[in-house]
Design a protein around this ligand. Structure first.
Ligand code: 3PG
Ligand code: MG
Length: 406
């Protein structure tokens, strides 16, 4: 028996269902969705619920980012993908939203506005605290069931992720269940060598994960690229140049440098930092060795020697976990590291890759069938694989325990 409920455990007839999905997608500055994989990932769950009244909650990006925007375009994509109307209301729990919810008929679905437009959403609080929020108090009475299908955001103890499990019967959606089952295989396998390759831009998340996995003995090697690699290079005393130092400072990551330093001291044999990088010189890819990084040029990928080293380690691994591009994957000249590492990771006995941009890259390269599991979660999957429990999943477990004891 699983320690959370799934949709198979629940009688769904005529239910009013509130579901947390993760529709957070890459968008261009004009508000166009560039990749709909995150929306498609919920199709099984939404089809399973097609006779219910279904209301969806999602976030899109974060306040302050260019792609922090409404979910109108997401509803249109969902309509196309599901081949039935996905309604949309530009409100989360105000009277507009509540009226739209109450007028739903069985078989109809409605997407609410970006949950992160509401400031209480983004505070990391316990389920009990979030249950007292305006969002939960206004919305919960309109529903019979809460479903969390948003594995990718379940590492955040945010209101829409954990608040409703306190007050509504709650279950994991099909995607959530699939993610947990696939990642548990890697987590419990205890196969060696297990190799993590961490890149991307959310370096604070990555550093926490490095800390956890190495403390737990969950990885034999951690290969670093992207912004987290720049921080570790700085920690190792490499002169990354003024432009890259500024970039790290602007992201508020300077305080991560001493953390990286301590990790390097403790786990020098396990943490692998690039030996060369590619910088952007007027749009061209220029390979440079460590300590030769020009002060005005941005690191935009790992270098050729690093790509070869990392690929070899990944090819020889039993379990590989890849999260985040190695550089600016969107630019043709700087996608090489990401492409090569993804290809190498598929040679591993059990290969997992995750994260919004990583999944987009995998789809573009047609590599999906070659991976054991492609996770919609980036931060969520690596946090889970580092042995930490995810607040969204814990909340589902607690709800299941309460329901079973009833
Ligand atoms: C993601 O893109 O990893 C998820 O949607 C979570 O987003 P967040 O890192 O902004 O919380
Ligand atoms: Mg993302």
């Amino acid at each position: 028996m699983k320690d959370y409920l799934t949709l198979d455990d629940i009688a769904l007839d005529n239910k009013r269902v509130l579901i947390r999905v993760d529709f957070n997608s890459p968008m261009d500055p004009n508000g166009n969705i560039l990749d709909d994989v995150r929306i498609r990932s919920h199709v099984d769950t939404l089809n399973f619920l097609e006779d219910c009244r279904v209301v969806l909650m999602s976030h899109q990006s974060r306040a302050g980012k260019k792609d922090f925007t409404t979910l109108e375009a997401h509803a249109k994509f969902a309509t196309k993908i599901l081949r039935r109307e996905m309604g949309y209301v530009d409100d989360i729990f105000g009277s507009h939203a509540r009226e739209a919810i109450q007028s739903l008929k069985p078989g109809e679905s409605l997407l609410l506005e970006n949950t992160r437009f509401y400031s209480e959403e983004n505070i990391a609080r316990s389920p009990a605290e979030h249950a007292k929020s305006h969002m939960v108090r206004k919305l919960a009475p309109l529903f019979d069931l809460f479903v969390n299908d948003a594995f990718a955001v379940s590492h955040r103890s945010h209101c829409s992720v954990v608040g409703f499990t306190e007050v509504l019967p709650s279950a994991a959606g099909i995607l959530m269940d699939k993610e947990i089952t696939a990642l548990d295989k890697a987590l419990k396998g205890n196969e060696h060598p297990t190799v993590f390759a961490l890149g991307g831009t959310k370096a604070d998340d990555s550093i926490k994960v490095v800390q956890n996995i190495l403390k737990r003995g969950g990885a034999d090697k951690v290969l670093l690229s992207g912004v987290v690699a720049t921080i570790f290079m700085m920690a190792a005393g490499v002169n990354v140049g003024e432009a890259n130092r500024k970039f790290v400072a602007n992201q508020d990551y300077l305080e991560q440098v001493p953390v990286a330093q301590r990790l390097l001291e403790e786990y020098r044999d396990k943490i692998v930092v690039p030996v060369d990088v590619a910088v952007n010189k007027g749009g061209e890819r220029v390979e440079v060795k460590m300590n030769e990084i020009p002060s005005d040029l941005s690191i935009s990928d790992i270098g050729l020697e690093t790509i070869a080293d990392y690929s070899k380690i990944l090819r020889n691994s039993k379990v590989s976990v890849l999260n985040g591009p190695t550089g600016i994957f969107e630019q043709e000249k700087f996608k090489l590291g990401t492409v090569e590492l993804l290809k190498a990771a598929t040679s591993s006995c059990y290969s997992i890759a995750g994260g919004g941009h990583t999944v987009t890259a995998i789809e573009q390269l047609g590599l999906k069938p070659k991976f054991s599991h492609v996770s919609m979660g980036g931060g969520a999957s690596i946090t889970y694989l580092s042995g930490e429990s995810l607040p969204g999943i814990e909340a589902l477990k607690q709800a299941a325990e309460r329901q079973r004891n009833r």
